[in-house]
Design a binder for this molecule. Structure first.
Ligand code: ARG
Length: 435
């Protein structure tokens, strides 16, 4: 028997004669994934231990030993000297087993009035809360670049599109301001998700609570939670905080992918609205003239992962009976990946926006193309000649056709030409035909 097998048996192996098969171990172990929240696991264990001492469930002496041991483990993991073991399944048992090596049998008292079920739910909520704080800070950074650009370009004309056809002139400031608004709502969604997840599962134990006189308020407040979760079965079974987080990330990624798509279009030589900086583009190995918007394309593509992760967890949770089932162990990889992905996408988008060149002269010219002031012309007819809008639309259509035939801009038509369509049009019309 290896030392690890003995450790494993020491934790839940009381009624087992044989060690698990290797493949059982492979499918069962989550340490490669959940070691990522080791810090939250130790923080939560310390809060639990302090509560056990305060309620006299364990002695102060034992409590001190446990806290010291946990602090040592913390620095071992920090320094990279901690040996993670697959045979010990997950972060919870890796830490507990090492605690036993350090302080002996007293380590076994830490798990009094606790189960891995409330423990993992607690760790995961703590981790997700921190993740949200990081994402919100990164959304803020992206927004401050956007807001700066909006201010700089509040009067820079560009074509506004519907159906990707020139529709009406807008300003670059308003166009980018739309994305600022999207990100504002994404931030609100993450913040709202944080509020809802900020309740403590600790004390639910396996599912039915515990006969020990624990103080759930104490652990909840020590960990910065707003309150203990009122229903112990819900506390260990609920993962809607995770699906909600995944949705927030998918929605934010969807917004970024729309902006990424616009950057890709704007950076084509055909549009030429923007020039990406060298730091945020790549070259082609065969075509020397090319400058590719790879970062934008990857932001666009990574939405696939974000959407996939949301669907993955929803599917894991669907029809899962109360309360904890091992299926729930499949809840973390997708959340970690979505966090990494949205974090990277936000940073890449911020960097791209901050460093690209906006070719405003080119945008202005494009804003004049495609008869983009035609709606203003129609509005002028309504306002000045009291025409019904539908009639004005028809008259404008004929004037646009005339400009098309003469291959000129609307403001390059002569007044005579326009009057041949509608005699009451006056010189004042030119004030709305130019941007
Ligand atoms: N590694 C487990 C998970 O992530 C921890 C909880 C295990 N609980 C249990 N009853 N086996 O879900």
């Amino acid at each position: 028997m290896s030392a690890d097998t003995q450790k494993s048996s020491a934790i839940w192996g009381g009624r087992f004669d044989a060690r698990p098969s290797d493949i059982m171990q492979d499918i069962n172990a989550s340490i490669d994934i959940d070691k990522r929240f080791w810090r939250h696991d130790i923080t939560a264990s310390k809060a639990h231990c302090n509560m056990l001492v305060a309620t006299k469930i364990i002695t102060k002496d034992d409590g001190d030993k446990i806290i010291d041991g946990l602090t040592q483990i913390e620095s071992e993991i920090e320094n990279g000297t901690f040996q993670f073991s697959k045979e010990l399944e997950d972060i919870h048992m890796n830490v507990e087993s090492r605690l036993k090596e350090i302080i002996g049998d007293t380590a076994g008292r830490l798990h009094t009035a606790r189960s891995r079920n409330d423990q993992v739910a607690t760790d995961f909520r703590l981790w997700t809360r921190d993740a949200i704080d990081i994402i919100v800070a990164n959304i803020d950074k992206a927004q401050s670049v956007l807001k700066q650009l909006c201010a700089t370009h509040k009067d820079s004309a560009m074509p506004g599109f519907t159906h990707l056809q020139s529709a009406q002139p807008v300003t670059l400031g308003i166009h980018l301001g739309a994305y600022d608004q999207m990100l504002e709502r994404d931030k609100a969604r993450f913040t709202d998700c944080r509020k809802r997840l900020n309740e403590s599962p600790l004390g639910a134990a396996a599912l039915a609570g515990t006969p020990f006189p624990i103080d759930r308020e104490q652990t909840a407040s020590a960990l910065g939670f707003d309150r203990p979760m009122p229903n112990t079965m819900d506390a260990v079974a609920a993962r809607d905080f995770a699906t909600e987080f995944l949705f927030c990330a998918a929605q934010c990624g969807t917004h970024l992918s729309r902006l990424a798509e616009e950057i890709i279009i704007w950076a084509t030589p055909q549009f030429g609205f923007v020039t990406l900086s060298d730091e945020w583009s790549t070259g082609s190995s065969i075509m020397p003239q090319k400058k590719n918007p790879d970062a934008a394309e990857l932001v666009r593509a990574k939405t696939g992962r974000l959407n996939g992760n949301l669907l993955q967890l929803l599917t894991v949770l669907k029809a899962l009976p109360m309360t904890y089932n091992k299926d729930l162990q499949e809840d973390k990889a997708c959340v970690f990946e979505s966090f990494d992905t949205i974090d990277l996408c936000l940073k890449a988008m911020t960097g791209m926006l901050d460093s690209m060149t906006w070719n405003t002269a080119r945008m202005f010219d494009a804003a004049e193309d495609g008869y983009s002031t035609a709606t203003r012309l129609a509005d002028w007819l309504v306002m000045n000649l009291n025409m019904p809008f539908r009639d004005a639309h028809h008259v404008t259509g004929r004037i646009v056709k005339m400009a098309e035939q003469q291959q000129c801009k609307l403001y390059e038509l002569s007044l005579d030409d326009m009057q041949s369509v509608e005699a009451r049009i006056s010189d004042d019309i030119f004030s709305v035909l130019k941007i």
